[in-house]
Ligand binder design. Structure first.
Ligand SMILES: [Zn+2]
Ligand SMILES: [Zn+2]
Length: 549
């Protein structure tokens, strides 16, 4: 490729090979002056086992931050956390405008406000079905269906071809709220000629189709009709259609609906502010609901993933300030188990069961459908768009490779399974890998952003696994030990403490004068870990400090 040629490139920095944290960049222009747009900027949630003490994990976007003068904007496809959750925390690295349709913009605005950024960030609304031009990119927002209001497929037009970026989607013939899939627009796009499709892989291994919110509504109405006492439905707050279905189930069974959880209230506020849920019956406050007879109340609660601080966990512990459930009441999980959350969810279900509260899951009563395309839906999308290149994203590698196989079976000429940090040239010429840039994770650790490569989470895993030993050596100017070493151990069993103490004291007594304080510290550190390992089979995190007097 001659230098100075215009190229269209694709660079994922999050969400390829992992669930959550979607971050995709498209570049256009010659290498020395490439303009970039970012599609989605999301988070994933930390896991206590992998990243102890870390609530939120974000993509490391250092590469784009270096090019931020050429980053024209962040475009959000929809308002799920794994697509917008990192906009506020990472915006200071990019300092570019943010674009979204009204409902998504409203949710993003709330997050910017919380972060104290709302006056700095140019947040621009794009109408549903609208168009946006950013430098060499012209984007059509095409309505599609998912599990939230206003999901968009972006048709990204460039002088070198059209990329269809699907965002998260499914084909729901009856999404209950919001737009239906604009099938005509998708077919027209295919007729125009699509260079590449960058597409959701979440459910690419599932045969069939994902099902409709309308079926969930009917099943919820039927199920709640059979229940005699208090009912709490646990669902994702962002699924506003599900909230509407809960309201209908309440009405059909003569109950009043009460929303519980901060994010439920935020979502409903955003939905109402942007013109949805106009005919929702009045909601009961937690105080009102507590006064109602048990068969007259339906709660819709957050915390279906077992999140310890969410409403349902506190209700299960019987320490929620406003909601009380008791033996004979029912909790309906209108949600799926997000992989990795099994332990927390089952612990929560066991707590409820232990208090005599009946637990009903989606497996038993079809009270949940996924928001992501199964294989029949993917086939339909490829039939509409007929791209030259398929680029599966949004999934683990097994989902993405399965998706690539499916695309190949549908006569797509080229299928690329990208990893975060891999830069692909999509045009001109055959698509190929042209660069690999640094990629990784940033942790929101308490209130501080920390690169994963700094190793804090790894150290804390070590601390959790085998505790800590802190040793202080006191040396004179000639490097001789002039006081017994001070040794503090936490999380270490007694026989190990004794062995470590004996080894360190022995080591100091025998240490030659020639070693420098740093060398002595390092040999003592190793000896202490070795001694622990011999007795215990584990090596604690060990730190040695030298005090010279
Ligand atoms: Zn997603
Ligand atoms: Zn989504």
């Amino acid at each position: 490729m001659k230098k100075g040629h215009d190229e269209l490139v694709f660079l994922p920095l999050g969400g390829s090979g992992e669930i959550g944290m979607n971050f995709n960049a498209y570049g256009y222009g010659p290498e020395h002056d490439r303009k970039w747009i970012v599609v989605d900027c999301g988070v994933m949630f930390g896991r206590e086992t992998a990243t102890p003490g870390v609530d939120v994990v974000m993509p490391d976007i250092g590469y784009l931050a270096e090019h931020r003068d050429n980053v024209l904007g962040i475009v959000a496809t929809h308002a799920h956390e794994d697509h917008i959750g990192a906009i506020a925390p990472l915006w200071p690295l990019l300092k570019c405008p943010v674009y979204a349709t009204p409902f998504t913009a409203r949710i993003v605005e709330g997050k910017l406000e919380e972060a104290g950024l709302s006056r700095k960030v140019k947040l621009r609304e794009v109408p549903v079905g609208g168009r946006l031009t950013l430098g060499p990119f012209a984007l059509d927002f095409i309505s599609i269906t998912h599990s939230i209001l206003e999901p968009n497929l972006l048709a990204i037009r460039t002088p070198l071809g059209i990329v269809a970026h699907t965002g998260d989607w499914k084909l729901d013939p009856d999404p209950l709220l919001g737009e239906k899939t604009d099938e005509a627009a998708l077919a027209r796009l295919g007729d125009e000629g699509v260079l590449a499709v960058v597409c959701d892989s979440t459910n690419a291994l599932n045969p069939g189709a994902s099902g409709s919110e309308a079926d969930v509504r009917d099943n919820l109405i039927a199920l709640v009709g059979t229940l005699k006492r208090r009912v709490a439905i646990a669902a994702f707050a962002s699924n506003v259609a599900r909230l509407d279905s809960a309201a209908r189930a309440a009405k059909a069974s003569g109950r009043r609906l009460c929303l519980v959880g901060r994010s439920m209230h935020k979502m409903i506020e955003a939905a109402r502010a942007t013109g949805y849920l106009r005919d929702l019956p009045p909601l009961a406050s937690e105080e009102d609901a507590a006064e109602l007879p048990p068969h007259k109340v339906l709660y819709l609660v957050t915390g279906s993933q077992g999140e310890p601080r969410a409403a349902l966990a506190r209700i299960a512990e019987d320490n929620h300030p406003g909601v009380f459930l008791e033996s004979g009441d029912t909790v309906v999980f209108s949600s799926r188990i997000i992989p990795g959350n099994e332990i927390g969810i089952f612990a929560l279900m066991n707590k409820l069961a232990g208090r005599g509260i009946e637990v009903i899951t989606a497996d038993a009563h079809d009270v949940h459908v996924s928001g992501h395309p199964a294989q029949d839906e993917l086939r339909q999308m490829y039939q509409w768009l007929r791209p030259q290149i398929a680029i599966p994203v949004h999934g683990e590698l097994r989902h993405m490779t399965g998706h690539a196989r499916l695309a190949k079976s549908l006569q797509v000429k080229q299928a690329i399974v990208p990893r975060n940090g891999q830069m692909f040239r999509l045009a001109p010429g055959r698509a190929e890998l042209i660069d690999e840039v640094p990629a990784g994770h940033i942790h929101l650790d308490g209130r501080v952003l920390v690169a994963e490569r700094a190793g804090l989470a790894k150290t804390r895993r070590g601390l959790g696994f085998a505790g800590v030993i802190a040793i202080t050596l006191v040396l004179d100017a000639k490097g001789r030990s002039i006081a017994p070493p001070a040794i503090v151990m936490e999380g270490v069993p007694e026989p190990v403490e004794a062995a470590v103490r004996a080894t360190v004291e022995d080591h100091i007594a025998r240490a030659g004068k020639r070693a420098s304080p740093d060398e002595l510290a390092e040999t003592v550190r190793r000896a202490a870990r070795r001694a622990a390992n011999e007795v215990w089979g584990k090596k604690p995190v060990t730190r040695v400090t030298v005090v010279e007097v």
